[in-house]
Ligand binder design. Sequence first.
Ligand SMILES: Nc1nc2c(c(=O)[nH]1)N[C@H]1C(S)=C(S)[C@@H](COP(=O)(O)O)O[C@H]1N2
Ligand SMILES: [Mo]
Length: 376
Amino acid sequence: MVLRARPRLTFTSSLHDERIASILGLALGVSFSVCFLTGLTSHGIQHGWWLWPTRPVQLYRVTQGVHVATGIASIPLLLAKLWTVYPHFWATPPVRNVAHAIERASLLPLVGGSLFMLVTGVQNIARWYAWGFDFTSAHYAVAWITMGALVAHVGAKVHIVRRSLARPSPADEPSSPTSSLSRRGFLSTVAAGSAALTIATVGQTLRPLRAVSVLAPRDPEVGPQGLPVNKSAVSADVITAIHDPSWRLVVDGSVEHPLSFSLADLRAMPMRELELPIACVEGWSSTGRWRGVSVVDLLHHAGVPTSAVTVTSLQAHSRYRSSKLTRAEVADRSALLALELNGEPLAPDHGYPVRLIAPNRPGVLQTKWLERVTVR
Ligand SMILES: Nc1nc2c(c(=O)[nH]1)N[C@H]1C(S)=C(S)[C@@H](COP(=O)(O)O)O[C@H]1N2
Ligand SMILES: [Mo]
């Protein structure tokens, strides 16, 4: 069915019909929902809203990889959907009744919110911090607005989706006298565009695809010691402090006497070697072979029972200065104070002299350049 677009503008292509709009809408509904749930998961972990297990070790890497991949896959779907329905934006009269007015008004948070989410998300993974606002809180708040508008929109349109998909699919003929593109051709093109864009970026976390991921902001194998670096030691302004011979790792908080450990003290302790990923919220991830002292071993060495801790970096000004480990995370002996990466002492950019690396955590919580372990 061709939309009835009246005076002045006429839209003759059958690609503007409700069947195509419904199919694209369904695809977007699925990709936005998955993106929202994985994003909410990540936000909650970072804010300690729920207990997140230490196993499987790779789980966060998968959920955050899916978050970024579904966001990217949504871009061609959203553009195609907007193009399919845009004759409606010009329909006259602009408002037919109260229900229609509300439905039209709800398009502002829906379309505006969707565009905001995808644009800021892409800017963030491209590390183009062009805004004056805090990305994390804005991206999170607008996600709720967008999903709220999406639920209202689905409620208003579900009868159209039912109606148009219940009909037998129409003959696959050219969409207009001036275009040879058929409906199936259009939908296949959009699907191929979505798949191509995803494959062109997902290699930042799926190593086998790194060679074909020409648009990936990160190559998981490029960086000092074969691992990418977000924040270098120079840009964090820690070079002097990390090479200071008086550097000590202090254990304080709920302890009888604060204790401090030199690098030599730590190296003399029993060490564990583990394969663990760094999984950045920006969707890239990479596995390293880390060697270091278990947090729990250090606590026991200092005469402290297994407890929750906060680790703090000597980097003075950073939102990633400290992070928390629950008691369960500490009890998992895989939470390491890492001294080595891939068989060598940590490079300054990877957190020399000591960094935290623990299983199934967002990269933002894997604090580098430690100076303190505070028992809670
Ligand atoms: N002190 C400190 N630790 C930090 C960061 C930081 O900026 N400062 N960045 C975090 C982020 S965002 C990630 S993804 C991981 C891995 O980053 P890297 O590749 O720069 O080591 O380190 C985390 N630890
Ligand atoms: Mo990160």
